[in-house]
Design a protein. Structure first.
Length: 439
């Protein structure tokens, strides 16, 4: 369920006409729907209600401070993977005791920052990292809570190779068979090694994959507890799907939540805290990228629309071959939610390549996509762009990153200003002066 709806001849984000947003804030622009974000949190809370999880939103999927603040107000904790994300979460008002810190490469400074703020838990990815956290905690005179991220060698066939993380050939986690000794009581003087973490990939469309992962760590938990250890937290990671083609994700989420909760029921009944780390299932369908056609040109085989947004703005199609539904904002004949009308409208279509301005062949949003005839100046909506859109955007080709806008009901406001070229040059100006002085 989201709030991107065609009516009165144009796409509306909640109560606001998408054309008005481009007029006010420029193009390209990322637009998020506050009601959709709230709705997705509620859907997850409902789907996983039997195990009452701490929902740690995966900050990397869409890390704008205003998005984080909204989610904190809905009761979310945060899953961070760097000192920078930790500072974002804290700036947005997240309580430290709701923050988990994952990632394979935590520096001593990042560990120190997290310990000083008293976060809920580290998800540690290697024996060396556990030792480093132990030593930093010792220096600070603190105790750290640790979940070991286990690599159970479980993968979902439908998860893209580049984002599958639960298999034995990836860099993630501690191999299941090597974990038990690290839980031995008293092994680390400044740590409570009291949690188990898995994150099997992103997205994972099949609940059976989670069930297999949980079965693997369940056996480990019973071994740990059989040897006198105590596990109080079970974190099953993120990867719950979003909808890139239709509105089916909420149904899938409800069903996944039901099956996964049933598998977690015994652990929950023993008083263990369940944690989930959803990213895209909250943010992907809550965001849209609006971009404008700069030029229409005729290629050898089909028309090509050149947009003012490219792989620098939304990397997913170029990096993963990801398919995003796109459709013009203006459409007189179209009424209803985007996933029912976009690409299914009766309008005459032609096959168009949709590309960006970047000097790379891979800077292509869609190839031979059936779209209504386009003209320069038309605004195109690229749907399901809320997750891993702006957070992966770059300044490649010295193109400033776009503005981000939040819509709540009838109101739209800027939550990140468009960058200026001067911002991009600023950090390099001192070097220029140094060279002039030296010369
Ligand atoms: N927890 C951990 C430890 C993760 O590494 C991730 C994502 C998540 C949670 C959240 O996964 P989600 O619920 O958002 O699927 N850039 C790629 C996705 C990379 C995911 C990285 N880790 C994409 O655009 O598809």
């Amino acid at each position: 369920m989201d709030h991107f709806i065609y009516r009165s001849g144009a796409l509306h984000i909640e109560g606001v006409n998408a054309h008005r947003i481009v007029e006010r804030f420029g193009s390209p622009v990322y637009v998020y729907s506050a009601q959709t974000l709230r709705h997705h949190v509620a859907a997850l809370q409902h789907a996983f209600a039997p195990v009452a999880p701490l929902i740690c939103y995966s900050v990397k999927s869409c890390s704008n401070l205003s998005v984080l603040q909204l989610l904190v107000r809905q009761g979310c904790g945060m899953d961070v993977v760097s000192g920078g994300e930790l500072q974002r979460a804290l700036a947005a008002g997240a309580r430290p005791e709701t923050i988990v810190f994952a990632g394979v490469g935590k520096s001593a400074d990042e560990i120190r920052l997290a310990l000083e703020h008293g976060i809920f838990m580290f998800n540690a990815e290697s024996e060396a990292e556990v030792e480093r956290i132990n030593s930093v905690a010792g220096q600070l005179g603190r105790r750290a809570r640790i979940a070991l991220r286990i690599n159970p060698d479980v993968a979902d066939a439908a998860t893209p190779d580049k984002t599958a993380t639960g298999g034995r050939h990836t860099k993630f986690g501690i191999p299941l068979t090597r974990a038990l000794p690290l839980y031995r009581p008293g092994r680390y003087s400044h740590l409570d090694v009291c949690g188990v973490h898995i994150h099997l990939g992103s997205p994972i469309p099949d609940a059976a994959t989670y069930v297999a992962g949980i079965a693997a760590i369940e056996r480990l938990i019973y071994q740990v507890e059989g040897e006198g250890g105590r596990i109080d937290t079970v974190n099953i990671g993120g990867g719950f799907p979003a909808s890139y083609v239709s509105g089916e994700n909420q149904l899938t989420l409800a069903e996944m939540g039901r099956v996964i909760s049933a598998k977690l029921a015994a652990l929950h009944a023993q008083g263990k805290r369940i944690v989930i780390e959803p990213g895209r299932s909250i943010s992907a369908n809550a965001g849209v990228l609006l971009a404008t056609v700069e030029y229409m040109k005729q290629g050898w085989d089909c028309g090509i629309a050149i947009l003012d947004a490219g792989m620098n703005t939304l990397l997913r199609p170029a990096m993963y071959g990801a398919r995003h539904v796109m459709w013009p904002v203006a459409d007189a004949g179209t009424h209803g939610p985007w996933h029912l009308v976009a690409e299914r409208a009766g309008a005459p279509v032609e096959a168009i390549d949709v590309a960006g301005p970047i000097c790379e062949t891979g800077d292509l949003f869609a190839q031979a996509r059936p779209l209504p005839p386009l003209a320069a100046g038309d605004v195109l909506a690229i749907f399901s762009s809320g997750a891993y859109g702006m957070s992966m955007a770059s300044q490649y080709n010295t193109r400033p990153r776009p503005a981000e806008v939040m819509v709540d009901g009838e109101v739209a406001w800027e939550i990140r200003a468009k960058e200026a070229v001067a911002d991009l040059l600023a950090l390099e100006m001192a070097g220029l002066r140094h060279a002039q002085d030296a010369g």
